[in-house]
Design a protein around this ligand. Sequence first.
Ligand code: C2E
Ligand code: CA
Ligand code: CA
Length: 451
Amino acid sequence: MTDDDRRARSAAHYTKLAPTPGLTAVVELAAQITGCPVAMVNVVDGAHQYTIAAHGISTGIVVPLRLSGCARVITGNAPIVIADAADRGEDGELATLLRDVGFRTYAGVPVLGREGLPVATLCVLDPDPQADRIIDVATLERLAILVRDALDVARSQGGHLSTEDLPNAEPLDNAVTTIEIGVREVASAVDNDEIVPWYMPIIDLETGGLLAVEALARWLHPTLGILPPGAFVPLIENTDLIIDFDLAMLARALDDLRRWRTTDTDAADVKVAVNMSAHHFYRPDCADRIDKVATAAGIASDSIILEITETVAVPTTALINSRVINELQERGYIVVLDDIGGPWLPAEHLLSFGVNGLKADRAVGSSLHTPTGRALARALTALTDELGQFLVIEGIETAEQAHQARIIGARYGQGFYWSAAQPAHAFPTFRLAGRLNPPGAGQPGRDGNAP
Ligand code: C2E
Ligand code: CA
Ligand code: CA
């Protein structure tokens, strides 16, 4: 067996570890000490790099070796520092890789596994050059000893995710994966059933019940791993393919809903929310196309929430035709505007379109622990109340944020606090999510508008 084989074999013990509090604390510390916004523990085996703990970026990212900067730290078993990837003097390949994914600074140190071979790295990244800050590699190496111990404990405790759980990890909108994907690849992936919806629960904050599940596209790529929509939706968003793509996701989501309903009586009034690019909403045949999919699946329109989703680089208000929205509503569909308070918010949208509900952007949910976040959520609650619309606050990650949402009187919540996006087979856990993780007793919430 070669050294590389031995290393890969040792690394295999760590690739599926869940991030433990110890690992998370070390990456946070690494980010803080170096002043870098991103820090990760990456396990590298013979074929891939796995992000098993992270600060400032998602865990669960899997990239092929070729796109792994950390693989070089492992093969050299020595630290690598790139102070500014734009500087021609730096290691050419690695610097190019960093620039491609939007980073200027990188520092990675090896972490040894139980077999005494390097199996992982502790690394930090910054989109800005570290011109006048010097990353202290010796400190990172000391932290790498803590990572080694934390990995060892996790390995002993069998802190592995089961293969079923693994996709639980939320992949990241990472530029890495867009490098070699083109529109044609996306089109054939849809045809080959490689792109499927995963689901995230939307929870009734008052009852803990499940209002709906949102379908979020995931590409189960044969070599690159699980790709998030950020890696491929932008490529097709301004092509005709987006129409077929969204309708294909709708068809699959409705099939899944029908299946859940046959096996699970409690699923009878759960709805499905799908993301529809704004491009649909100016086409006069929009409602007919959606009807066709719904009829084929045998799902009634009032079980379907259509989320009008931001589209990059197009003035969306110009795209959407409010008559199309009205027609959909007349046929019983529930239409909401997505990402309110995010980059595309436009008072203009609120004024132009009579929708059934609003989804507050992730930025709102994740700032509910701050006075400004709460004020914003309260304002959106009042706005939707007054208009007879319902409000979903996205991006709720902690019990505290869930509690705040509820006392503000928001009716529905969504976020990692309950669950990240998961494959269709995880549906039964969604029904429990709101009950196992209730937003907490205390002041009662109010009964906001329901869809
Ligand atoms: P979105 O519609 O705003 O979906 C919510 C996104 O926020 C999802 O990311 C979800 O995983 C993430 N998220 C929700 N709660 C939390 C939280 O508590 N913390 C964090 N950190 N993240 C949270 P995802 O799946 O990467 O989707 C990104 C976007 O891609 C979606 O944003 C949506 O605009 C678009 N998209 C997804 N599927 C489709 C599709 O089938 N068609 C179209 N046109 N767009 C889609
Ligand atoms: Ca959405
Ligand atoms: Ca959003």
